[in-house]
Design a protein around this ligand. Sequence first.
Ligand code: BGC
Length: 564
Amino acid sequence: MTNDSWWSDAVVYQVYLRSFADGDGDGVGDLAGLRTRLGHLVDLGVDALWLNPCYVSPQRDHGYDIADYFAIDPTYGTTDDLVDLVAEAHRRGLRVLLDLVPNHCSTEHPWFREALGAPVGSQQRERFVLRDGRGPGGALPPNNWQSVFGGPAWTRLADGQWYLHSFDASQPDFNWRDASVRAYFEDVLRFWFGLGVDGFRIDVAHGLVVAEHLPDLPADGAVDRHPMWDQPEVHEIYRTWRRIAQEYRPDPKYFIGELWVDGTERLRPYLAPDELHQAFCFDLLVQPWDADRLAGAVRSGLATADELGAPAAWTLNNHDVHRVVSRYGQVQDLSAPDPQDLLAAARRTGPVDLAVGAARARAAVMLLLALPGSVYLYQGEELGLPEVLDLPDDVRQDPIWVRSGGRELGRDGCRVPLPWRADAPRLGFSDPTGAAPWLPAPDWFAGYAVDRQARDDGSFLALYRRLVRGRREVFAPGAPLRWVDHPDPAVLAFTRGAGLCLVNVGGDDLPLAPELEQAVVARSGTAGGLVRDSAVWIDTARVPGGLRSVAWDVPSGAGAPARA
Ligand code: BGC
């Protein structure tokens, strides 16, 4: 399994472990459950899996609050289980990525506890961003920074100092200007790499370092560089990490960053050849279902990839946003330019037309898997799972829900345990004699169960399997994307190598010329032609006379869509 750029056109499957499969019956997914279900990933045809954080954690932010970076949380298994999982995954041809959370730890991390007991000015306190407050008695936070999860980014300690947390109060930020923090994370990398892990997804990779002297954010928020994010000093950290990754020969380790920075120029240094390999391209994920907006996102993602020499890593879903079936089933908001708070916009509420959302999501994944670069899928999207928007308030756990006082639903609805077997108790997620799953799955999840979909050729799962397994045969890896002029502005049309991808984004039902129709190798729906909200893949080598001979404006009647 050696190939130092395996990631450049890989399909990676994101495993939100606590909701994937429960092997020990405690109601929470774990490594044992994942191991028994690895076949699901193999059947899907993916190249790698990315595991959300599964280190020791009090789980206030479900693992993004780490108390021990060198051990697996007992809820999920043991470090030996992880080693076994990696070995088994490798045997089955799958790479394994872990999630690294360097911006912050948990208030239960021993360092934070030591810091609390240590005097002001001590080395133990230097590892975090601890400051005196402002105003009489230091009763006001050191500055006006706000936490991503809502409310001030500062919490006061019993001794009067304040600590910075860019996210929840249970997640104190590390002080990356302190050498011991840097050395610690180098050890973390080496530890997991030494156990066979192939790489890391880096959480909030534009975080880590904050502006020196912690300046206030101007009231209008207008700054060239936000003082909490994207500070130039972060780059020397990644250069060191890349050197560590390169030590592993002949199969160097890999990094992908979750990076929210403004524009290509800000991204450039992160993707320099001596820093991270890839950054998630969220451009598509945050767009409404609209041909111009989607085409614009593809163009900008590709331009960035070309300019920076790093293949795009496309995605439509993850554990932080509402599932795509539901997003596309809502009224599409085209009025706003690209939303300011992109993630919050991808968690909009409102009525959902599931049939529309499902058709669009099926077409969208055909677009995604036809693009050059790699693709990150989020567990459950291969089942077409919608967001569970009506979880009872008392089962919700996301700190976003808690910190917003319930004004924002947060992310629990995309984290509901997967349905494996429609007729089994607890849908086959966990042992019926054990504890109830940590989040309840609604009854209607049975209709989305893996076993049911595996028997249905028209299911989401069957489509995903065909697409993931077939994409490299239709669209030659490395082949560049070339746009094809299509007369209908609602149609995205492009080729890569011999493959042609056509996506009808909300337009009228369209016929396909007969010479194209007979060369269709995959389609998102059951109707012929190119109906509204559908996509097709076509093998142009099978089009007599090639694409040039194709009449795009097919007279009505000829090759008209036939509903199956
Ligand atoms: C992760 C979130 C997490 C946050 C804080 C993010 O970007 O994807 O799930 O809550 O970082 O670690």
